[in-house]
Design a protein around this ligand. Structure first.
Ligand SMILES: Nc1ncnc2c1ncn2[C@@H]1O[C@H](COP(=O)(O)OP(=O)(O)OP(=O)(O)O)[C@@H](O)[C@H]1O
Length: 217
């Protein structure tokens, strides 16, 4: 369960602020978040994963207050809008990185299973600039899932894909969510993507998160 309890955040310079934003996404749910450009969607995602510190309020994951924890202590996988792959690391190192950072055991087995699931075994020795857009997405997903998080945050993960790759990626995200019992928060501008994936559809409107629809996607 992802819970935001009265989160407030002010941008440096004070020209944008979120005031008392609250939301609750139940366990094992695929939630999508929409809203006009610049309304604060990325800001909310980064507050949940710990890359931005809120001025007030709390972030709770499965009831545990993580507001003051470092990102790697939160049990969250994150795929940012630009994917943020390390330019000089090969795919193998990208995916092993979160496992190494946390000193996890069984790293080799986890990576092997993930790369098979995502169909990227043949890419393991490549650098990011030797990958297509769709391949980069898969590598970023594998890296986000390597530390076996319960929560996955996706910031417009499919926006750069062509129609065919987009369709396959939708299916992949749905399958990953179900297989790993993930609680997902996925930011998108695409109503069709939201309708295809969102068991819970949320909109950030004038600084408030409102629920647009709930039900099976
Ligand atoms: N570091 C910063 N300094 C100043 N302003 C910022 C900073 N980060 C974000 N903002 C401002 O905060 C607001 C929300 O930005 P955010 O990236 O969260 O929006 P968004 O809803 O994700 O937008 P988009 O849909 O275009 O990706 C914007 O007005 C942005 O200019």
């Amino acid at each position: 369960m992802i819970t935001l309890d009265s989160i407030s955040w002010t941008a440096p310079g004070g020209r944008f602020a979120l005031q008392n934003v609250s939301l609750a996404i139940p366990d094992n749910t695929y939630a999508v978040l929409m809203g006009s450009t610049g309304c604060g969607k990325t800001t909310l995602i980064e507050i949940i994963c710990g890359l931005r510190r809120p001025r007030g309020g709390r972030v709770l994951l499965d009831g545990r207050d993580v507001t003051r924890l470092e990102p790697r202590e939160r049990g969250i996988g994150y795929v940012p809008q630009d994917l943020a792959l390390f330019p000089a690391k090969r795919v193998r190192e990208q995916i092993h990185f979160p496992i190494k950072m946390r000193g996890m055991r069984d790293g080799e087995k986890i990576v092997q299973e993930l790369v098979e699931e995502l169909g990227i075994e043949h890419l393991m020795d490549r650098l990011p600039d030797m990958l297509s857009g769709g391949e980069k997405q898969r590598v970023a997903l594998a890296r986000a899932l390597a530390a076996q998080p319960r929560v996955l945050l996706l910031d417009e993960p499919l926006s750069a894909l062509d129609e065919t790759t987009h369709g396959t990626a939708l299916e992949l995200l749905r399958t990953l969510q179900a297989r790993h019992s993930l609680t997902v928060l996925h930011v998108t501008h695409s109503p069709s993507e939201a309708a295809a994936l969102g068991q819970m559809r949320l909109r950030l409107l004038d600084g408030c998160v409102v629920e647009v629809a709930t039900g099976s996607a």
